[in-house]
Design a protein around this ligand. Structure first.
Ligand SMILES: NC(=O)c1ccc[n+]([C@@H]2O[C@H](COP(=O)([O-])OP(=O)(O)OC[C@H]3O[C@@H](n4cnc5c(N)ncnc54)[C@H](OP(=O)(O)O)[C@@H]3O)[C@@H](O)[C@H]2O)c1
Length: 187
């Protein structure tokens, strides 16, 4: 069982623009889910974590998400949404709103996921960082797009120098994306 941060990033390391737009990713780069690593990746996931900006992006873009995935809430798995605010739930979705330190929440997620993986859903650069800080992040899987944004929501706002990440795979995905996989070394 691994805790994985799976996300798409611009070439200069942003998940979204400052105003939370993902127009750089959909549809120009991200429209080919069937031919991406996503179906295989998702088949091994047992629980999801996301921050409130990502959750609110899905709520705001319900129509677009429905067109792309067939449902306004594209996940069948239990999802922990981190927020200090009261957010509206989505009917029919298994969502648990939580806040605070990630350790005990991770333990609950682990118990639910069983021998499957935990996905820190991208966006969520700082949320993935909180799992990293707690020694609970095992892998980063990043689809890097052929665009730059200049500013925006950072991919992973942490300094990781010693030990550095271990690059385990480089995979070209179509004409516009390269997927990089890294293991978090734990000494
Ligand atoms: N590139 C991609 O593949 C991809 C995919 C999906 C979405 N996105 C976008 O990427 C952007 C990511 O932005 P982000 O990294 O700022 O967003 P995020 O992780 O989705 O949300 C951050 C927010 O989550 C809440 N939060 C985080 N940790 C918490 C904790 N421990 N306890 C309680 N609340 C906590 C806080 O908000 P509150 O407490 O105020 O609620 C915080 O401002 C979003 O625009 C998202 O839509 C990108």
């Amino acid at each position: 069982m691994n805790t994985q941060y799976y996300t798409a990033s611009s070439l200069d390391g942003y998940l979204a623009t400052e105003d939370d737009s993902l127009d750089w990713l959909f549809p120009p780069l991200g429209g080919d889910l069937e031919n991406s690593s996503y179906p295989e990746f998702y088949s091994h996931v047992g629980a999801l974590a996301m921050g409130s900006s990502t959750y609110e992006w899905i709520v705001r873009n319900a129509e677009r998400v429905s067109t792309e995935t067939g449902s306004p809430w594209p996940y069948s798995l239990p999802t922990w949404v981190f927020t200090k605010r009261r957010l509206p739930p989505i009917e029919g979705a298994d969502i648990r709103f939580v806040q605070g330190a990630v350790q005990s929440i991770h333990a609950t997620m682990q118990a639910t996921a069983g021998n499957k993986n935990i996905w820190i859903v991208g966006g969520g650069g700082d949320l993935a960082g909180q799992f990293y800080d707690a020694g609970l992040l095992d892998e980063l899987i990043i689809q890097v797009g052929s665009v730059t944004l200049g500013t925006g929501k950072p991919l992973f706002p942490r300094m990781v120098l010693n030990p550095h990440l271990q690059l385990t795979s480089v995979q070209r995905m179509g004409k516009e994306l390269v997927e990089l996989r890294y293991t978090v070394r734990k000494f």
